[in-house]
Write a protein that binds this ligand. Structure first.
Ligand SMILES: [Zn+2]
Length: 116
């Protein structure tokens, strides 16, 4: 590739990188894990829940701390959509970081990695 062609290719990669960086979510609003729904049987005699799926749903954030080890956090109904949004942000951040990292690897391989 000519010097001019190389610069042009690098510019394309850098524009793509800038567009990805622009989409990065707010780094304060992040949660990792998954939102799970639970129903509970209360155990009271004669309660309808004995014959159906139980009371609920109640929502919990389930976070894997280590293989086979998870911790659950109760999510009050009024925080469910916020927790969902924080989880989406985390997924988006991870995906964008991966793509930006790959673009920087490509720029490094082409000898044009710089801060511009
Ligand atoms: Zn019940």
């Amino acid at each position: 590739m000519s010097e001019k062609g190389r610069r042009k290719a690098a510019a394309v990669l850098k524009r793509r990188r800038a567009r990805l960086a622009f989409r990065l979510p707010d780094a304060e609003h992040l949660l990792r894990g998954s939102l799970v729904k639970r129903y509970k049987k209360c155990g009271r005699m004669g309660c309808h829940c004995a014959d159906d799926i139980g009371h609920g749903p109640a929502y919990y954030l389930s976070v894997t701390l280590a293989p086979g080890k998870t911790r659950s956090y109760y999510v009050p109904p009024q925080l469910k959509s916020r927790v969902s949004r924080y989880l989406r942000n985390h997924r988006k951040l991870r995906e964008l970081v991966k793509e930006i990292t790959e673009l920087n690897q490509e720029l490094l391989a082409q000898g044009v990695l710089d801060d511009d």
